[in-house]
Design a protein around this ligand. Structure first.
Ligand SMILES: CC(C)(COP(=O)(O)OP(=O)(O)OC[C@H]1O[C@@H](n2cnc3c(N)ncnc32)[C@H](O)[C@@H]1OP(=O)(O)O)[C@@H](O)C(=O)NCCC(=O)NCCS
Length: 199
């Protein structure tokens, strides 16, 4: 393991923490107090807001925007130009016309749980949670929490299937069960949820 590598031209605040083997590419910005684990990749032009917490082996693709106080667990994939928003009813000013400062509003972060992926140019509305190993299709607008292993697409995002830990859509295996074509793992569906039972 080696110390984190920050390319010249990246802007990483001195108070941010980067784990071993994490790489930050040029034109990326990591704000004050952000914490990134080990073996992360922060792509060109990506933005990590103040105090954002990111686990190990997380990929932020080019121009992904991760607004505070988002939490990204281990193994999360954030595609190019994704926006994880933090304000449901945004305004630049209060009704008095004065500029709103950080203390004048409560930021509401997005949570992306272990192993989940968010496809290119998707937008996740403030405060929503993307469940473990879920997959959000390219261009989706996520307006509600996404269950573990759900495959969601569209605006607003709707579930069109299930994905396993390998990321590929699962195939029906009868009797409420689903099989991963890549790994053979078996999952069981019940009450709108999916759980891995073998593999
Ligand atoms: C969502 C996704 C995983 C589906 O892939 P798939 O299982 O091969 O699905 P299919 O292409 O067979 O499409 C299934 C249906 O969903 C629709 N669909 C697929 N992707 C969609 C998307 N991103 N948004 C809206 N609808 C989508 C298809 O039109 C099709 O609809 P139909 O049944 O009415 O014809 C894939 O399209 C996707 O968006 N992957 C993310 C890619 C990405 O952003 N990668 C980031 C790294 S660059």
């Amino acid at each position: 393991m080696a110390a984190a590598r920050v390319h010249p031209g990246a802007d990483v605040d001195p108070s941010a923490t980067l784990g071993e083997d994490t790489v930050v590419w040029h034109l990326a910005q990591v704000r004050e107090g952000a914490v990134l684990g080990g073996e992360c990749i922060v792509g060109r032009g990506a933005y990590v807001g103040p105090g954002v917490r990111i686990g190990d082996r997380v990929k932020l693709q080019n121009h992904a925007l991760v607004y505070e106080p988002a939490v990204l667990e281990d193994g999360v994939f954030i595609g190019p130009a994704v926006v994880l928003t933090n304000d449901l009813y945004p305004r630049s000013t209060g009704v008095d016309g004065a500029l709103k400062r950080p203390d004048d509003w409560d930021a509401l972060g997005v949570t992306v749980r272990e192993g989940a992926s968010v496809g290119a140019r998707a937008v996740v509305v403030a405060g929503r949670t993307i469940g473990r190993w879920a997959l959000v299709g390219a261009g989706a607008t996520v307006t509600a929490d996404v269950p573990d292993h759900a495959l969601v697409v569209g605006t607003p995002a709707r579930r069109i299937g299930w994905v396993g830990r390998a990321g590929e859509p699962l195939e029906r295996a009868g009797d409420g069960k689903w099989r991963c074509p890549r790994t053979g793992e078996i999952y069981v569906e019940g009450e709108g949820r999916l759980e891995r039972v073998s593999g």
